[in-house]
Design a protein around this ligand. Sequence first.
Ligand code: SF4
Length: 182
Amino acid sequence: MRIPFGGHHFKDRAVMFKAEAFDELVEKIRDFRIANGIKIGNPEEEILIYYAKNWPWLVEENPEQQITKENPRYDKWRDFIFAMKKTPIRKYANDREIRTRYETCEKCKFRKKVTPRDKDEFEALKQKVFVFCRGSMVCGMDQFCDLHQAPIPVLLAPETTKDLLPPKDGNGSADCWIKSVP
Ligand code: SF4
């Protein structure tokens, strides 16, 4: 790729990033977003759009370019984790209670694993879940409840679930432990 006027650069949230090479610039934006708990999105595409708008002769359309695959479960998992800051857990359930709850989840058809879209973001978000749940390790940080649309460790951790959850399930999982939690 040819170099845009002023060298490779991109402004993200009022911070101007510069780099010698395009890939280096993409890496810088990704690292910045991960370090600051910002959704990664698609920095490569964003930079290319910026270049295309300002220096259209720099960017060529590539019909063989891989289109980002849909991964709605990952998106919901990620969005939930980003929203967690607004709803901190006030009181935690004790370990025994958490383990008992998880015994039900383990057998439940709504328990799923999240497939990462971006490996680095995935690791950073799992770390957030781990911290949010105070390191409760009864299950992997990548487990997700398709019924309640929330990460399972986050559902398991609080004494009460009403601050964190969408409405209790009335239709899907007759055996869900959440029904018996105030
Ligand atoms: S529906 Fe209830 S029991 Fe099933 S995975 Fe979700 S939280 Fe666990």
